[in-house]
Design a protein around this ligand. Sequence first.
Ligand code: GUN
Length: 295
Amino acid sequence: MTAKLINGTEVAKAIREELTVEVSELKEKYSIVPGLVTILVGEDPASQSYVAAKNKTAHALGIHSEQVTLDVDTSEEDLLALVDKYNNDPKINGILVQLPLPKHINEAKVLYAINPDKDVDGFHPVNVGKMVLGEECFLPCTPHGILELLTRSGVETSGAEVVIIGRSNIVGKPIANLMLQKRNAGNATITLCHTRTKDMAAHCRRADIIIAAVGVPKMVTADMVKDGAAIIDVGVNRIGQAANGKAILAGDVDFEGVKEKASCITPVPGGVGPMTITMLMKNTVQAAKMAANLS
Ligand code: GUN
C-alpha cells in the first residue's frame, strides 16, 4: 500500500480563504479588524521562523499583527509588564508568547498572566480547564489543526485505537483529551505513550491512528505501523542545513518507509505545520468577535 498524502497546505489554504472572507466582512459590517501580537524572547532560529510565519499569515488574511522581539536577557518582570500592556490594548485580540522562553523566566507565570479572552494559544488554565470539560474555549492550535485534518481527510476516529506519542502540554495531553471526547474527530480509545513507556512499538502496532509528537527524527518506523493505519506527524526536527542556508527538516516518522504501510500520512513540511498557524488565525478572529459580542 502507498499512503494517500494528507495535504495540510491545501486544507490550511481552504480554511484561510474562509477566514479572509470573514475578516473582510467584519471590517465592512462592523469596522472590526482582528489584532494579534506575537512576543518572542531571544533569537532561537526555529522560534524566529515560526513567529515570522504567524505574522506573515496574519497580514495576508487582513489581520492586524504586531511582532515584538525582546532581548534574551529580558526580565520576567518586563515581559509580564508587556503582556499586561497588551491585555489592556483594545486593538489586540490575541496575545501569543512564543515558547520556549529562556530558563530565567517562569513560563507558567507568563502564560497565566495573559487575559484568557486573548489567549489564542489556548494555554491559559481557564481555557485548558474548559477544553477538558468539553466547553467552548480557544482550542490549542496544533491539536485543533490535527482534528481538522482528520475530519477533512475522512479519517474515522469513532471507536478507533489512537496511539499518541509525547505527553507535552502543547500537543500530547490536549490531543489525547480532545479525541476521547464526544465530538467531531473524537470518540476514540486513547493510548498516550512517553519516554517511560515500556514497549512503544507494541502499542503502535495496535493503532488505527498514530500521532507522533516527540521531537525525535524518524522515530516511528515501518515495523511499528499496522497496515492501513493513519499517520499524523507533528515533528519538526532540524536535521541539517541545505547549501542555500535553509534548514533540512524531518518529522518524527520515517516517511519513506511508513508510507508503504499506512493508508494516509501527513508530510513534513506541509502537514500539521500550516494547520497550526491557520488555527491561530481562526482563534484570533474568534477573539475579535467575542470582544465585540458577536459570538
Ligand atoms: N512553541 C511551539 N509551538 C508553539 C505554539 O503553538 N505556541 C507558542 N506560543 N509557542 C510554541
